[in-house]
Design a protein around this ligand. Structure first.
Ligand SMILES: Nc1ncnc2c1ncn2[C@@H]1O[C@H](COP(=O)(O)OP(=O)(O)O)[C@@H](O)[C@H]1O
Ligand SMILES: [Mg+2]
Length: 136
């Protein structure tokens, strides 16, 4: 598994990524994404590593805290769904299957005892970790 950050992202190749509703700002810096570092960031990175170990094809690499105060993630190229033509039935099936597999793989995830989650709607039982960002 390659956990190394792409070589020296150029600080002038920066783009604001729209569409978030939690972080103050989300940036693409070169081939990486930069989000504010939160107490839950190490746990989220652990989950992303679990998904990648299981062969899940849609989990970005988590590169850790760099620079200080920010989490660095692999940039996944693509077009936002709300800027695309409506999906075909096959495309919708593919998205549904990806989400199904994501939820199934989270049932095997056993985070360390220091895991921190920041949930808007804390679950009553910890069975599945949901994506929550399925939009539009
Ligand atoms: N790893 C990534 N690769 C490509 N784009 C991303 C990545 N992470 C986030 N984005 C883009 O940035 C937007 C906001 O990110 P998100 O993680 O949803 O922020 P927030 O936590 O504020 O909701 C997403 O809607 C997506 O378009
Ligand atoms: Mg979001």
């Amino acid at each position: 598994m390659d956990l190394s950050e792409p070589a020296s992202p150029t600080e002038d190749d920066v783009e604001v990524l729209e569409g978030g509703n939690v972080a103050e700002s989300v940036l693409r810096v070169g081939a990486t994404v930069r989000k504010p570092w939160l107490p839950s960031s190490p746990t989220v990175a652990e989950l992303l590593r679990h998904l990648r170990r299981c062969g899940y094809p849609a989990a970005p690499n988590a590169y850790g805290q760099r620079p200080k105060g920010f989490q660095s993630l692999e940039y996944v190229p693509g077009t936002l769904a709300d800027r695309m033509a409506p999906m075909t039935s096959d495309e919708l099936r593919r998205v549904g299957a990806l989400i199904r597999r994501l939820h199934d793989l989270t049932t095997d995830f056993r985070p360390g005892k220091d895991a921190v989650w920041e949930s808007v709607f804390p679950p009553e039982e910890g069975e599945v970790i949901c994506h929550y960002d399925l939009a539009p």
